[in-house]
Design a protein around this ligand. Structure first.
Ligand SMILES: Nc1ncnc2c1ncn2[C@@H]1O[C@H](COP(=O)(O)OP(=O)(O)OP(=O)(O)O)[C@@H](O)[C@H]1O
Length: 261
């Protein structure tokens, strides 16, 4: 079976800086990946490569079996959802929540057409999965950040993407909102139509066990990649962060803290 995403020897240089260096990263069917790296490690740059917004200086990229250079990127992008908190601002504040969700199917901000029953039903089903059905018919702007994030995930899923990038989705969320959002993401993975998920984060404890594979990115290079349970251990993470850390596992999630000096 074709890999979902395949990067081979991908580098990206701008001016004198090489921001990605010889990245090899393959995402296979049935896998969900976490992308872990400190600020400025190149996570967003790599995702911009995978979605065709920037072009590698060298190396090759294929997504869903289509090789970049031979594919209509606008069409391919319809198969990729990308949820980041920066999108929150772009949506019309006074829209009803379910309209925000449904508009994802049409790649528009705002809805201009009459609602189709099938769209309403799907929005309802997705909002139920994400634990935000109670927000139905509320004004989007009246929702909390955590609620908005769930609505935006439901919105991205309306387009039936094959790949869904969750780009630091817990930004700005308190401890409990974060847990609720992670619970919703776990619930989402139980749906039969779940796309391949890529979860981008700075924090290992957000990596749920369903993210069975992890890419560790450091200074634009793959520091390590593979089985999450094997990578998220004190020894590997101490090497990765280049600082001694303690790693504790609770419910399959790994909490990391620096060794105090
Ligand atoms: N167009 C560009 N021109 C020059 N430098 C860039 C450009 N885009 C990104 N960078 C630099 O590349 C590095 C990686 O940035 P990137 O946004 O990919 O990191 P990140 O891992 O997503 O970081 P964060 O977790 O802080 O969002 C940073 O040092 C950034 O300043």
């Amino acid at each position: 079976m074709q890999p979902v995403i395949e990067n081979r020897n991908v580098s990206w240089r701008t001016g004198a800086n090489e921001l990605l260096r010889e990245i090899d990263w393959t995402v296979r069917q049935g896998e969900h990946w976490a992308l872990l790296g400190l600020n400025g490690s190149g996570k967003t740059t790599l995702l911009n490569i995978v979605t065709g917004y920037i072009w590698p200086t060298s190396g090759s990229v294929s997504v869903l079996g289509r090789r970049f250079g031979e594919v209509d990127l606008r069409e391919l992008r319809r198969s990729i959802g990308w949820v980041s908190s920066s999108l929150q601002e772009k949506l019309y504040a006074s829209d009803r929540t379910q309209h925000v969700v449904i508009s994802g199917k049409y790649a528009t901000i705002g809805l201009y057409e009459k609602l189709l029953e099938e769209d309403v039903n799907r929005a309802e089903s997705l909002m139920r999965t994400l634990g935000c059905l109670h927000l139905w018919d509320r004004e989007y702007r009246s929702c909390s950040q955590g609620e908005k994030q769930k609505l935006l995930i439901a919105r991205a899923l309306m387009a039936d993407p094959r790949i869904l990038i969750l780009d630091e989705p817990t930004n700005g969320l308190d401890l409990f909102s974060r847990e609720r959002l992670l619970g919703s993401i776990e619930e989402l993975t139980r749906r039969p139509d779940t796309p391949t998920l890529i979860y981008v984060t700075h924090h290992s404890e957000e990596i749920l066990p369903v993210f069975g594979r992890t890419l560790l990115l450091r200074r634009g290079e793959v520091a390590d990649a593979g089985d999450t349970a094997e990578l998220l251990r004190a020894e590997t993470l101490t090497r990765f962060f280049e600082a001694p850390v303690i790693a504790e596992t609770h419910d399959g999630r790994v909490y990391v803290r620096p060794v105090s000096r």
